[in-house]
Design a protein around this ligand. Sequence first.
Ligand SMILES: [Mg+2]
Length: 161
Amino acid sequence: MPLPFPQVMFPDVTFISPAFLRERGVRGLLLDIDGTLMQTRDALPRPEVLAWMERLRREGFFLYILSNNKHERRVRAFAEAMALPWQYLARKPLKKGFSRAFAQMGLSPAELAVVGDQIFTDMWGARRCGCHALLVESTDTYLWYFPLRRLLELPFRREKP
Ligand SMILES: [Mg+2]
């Protein structure tokens, strides 16, 4: 069983450059929303994050919204505003949602990077499926359970290629 270590950790998504992705053979990104692109209570990401997404798209990367959020409306509204394919209730780290995304994108796991803020959903799912595992600092530090989550994640919060 693969352990849920991230391969590379970033302060936030805007630090993930097209050059970095290309060097690793990445052609598409499976993006988490909450805590990754924006705070769970926000409707839209910061302008810098939107610009980052646009830049990746312009440079030919495929973006896909893979969210565990159970509110279909939240995920749909954002994904449709960005004209991106999406799944809500993806149940990461289970493989089923990932597999559906691979099929819809026509890309293999090795060509995809999972970008997320959580170890036991995003990173573990990425590792189980053979995707690149890129962890960002969560924007959701205000959540009441955040300290507990961070404590549980601590053993795995380091980079392992
Ligand atoms: Mg998240």
